[in-house]
Design a protein around this ligand. Structure first.
Ligand code: MN3
Length: 214
């Protein structure tokens, strides 16, 4: 099975002024596209390995991937999945979260401001390249975590994480995500992301996670 680059749901300049069109164009059209290409190249090395499921399913079960290509699948599959998830969690439109997510954010972070403070801290403390995430566990409890490189929360053990985390939202803190516009100012990039979070999408993801946990 060949994986394809997931399209953006909005034009490349739609996230201006928070994320500039050139960054989106290179990030999606070059970086993300290359992860997809390299994922397919790795899988092509072991044609007898047939996986019937989504990329997310594969990365949630990395132990079934042949060892000879596992690391490449982890890196490049992670890159393909995380970027698609990142773009889909952003929106140029004003969006609203549902009451269930609003209550959970207040319960688990004290307030929406508490959530912003926590994910910003995660994003700034990620050393080198990685991601900051809002996740929930199998009981629906929200928390923020960081992953290194292209690791996803769905990788569980492989990323030294609990095996019951569902990602709800992520911020790419690799320099390629912000350097053209923000240079070394990662904090400003992370703060500006708050203006373009697709809260309706994050709410849907949370509802789906809760459905799957009961
Ligand atoms: Mn990236």
């Amino acid at each position: 099975m060949k994986y394809t680059l997931v399209d953006l749901e909005y034009p490349e300049d739609a996230l201006e002024p928070y994320i500039d069109a050139e960054t989106v164009s290179i990030h999606h059209g070059k970086h993300q596209a290359l992860y997809v290409e390299k994922l397919n190249a790795a899988l092509a090395l072991v044609p007898e390995f047939k996986f019937h499921g989504t990329l997310c399913d594969m990365l949630s079960n990395l132990d079934v991937v042949p060892e000879s290509i596992r690391n490449d699948v982890r890196k490049n599959g992670g890159g393909a999945l995380n970027h698609a998830f990142y773009w889909a969690g952003l929106s140029p439109r004003k969006t609203e979260m549902n009451s269930m997510l609003a209550r959970a954010l207040e319960h688990d972070f004290g307030s929406l401001a508490g959530f912003y403070e926590t994910i910003t801290k995660n994003a700034l403390e990620t050393f080198g390249s990685g991601w900051a995430w809002l996740v929930c566990n199998s009981r629906g409890v929200l928390s923020c975590i960081s992953t290194q490189n292209q690791d996803s929360p769905v990788m569980g053990d492989f990323a030294s994480l609990p095996d019951d985390l569902t990602p709800l939202f992520c911020i790419d803190v690799w320099e390629h995500a912000y350097y053209l516009k923000y240079r070394n100012k990662r904090a400003e990039y992370v703060r500006n992301i708050q203006n373009i979070i697709d809260w309706a999408r994050v709410s849907q993801r949370y509802a789906a996670a809760l459905d799957n946990s009961y």
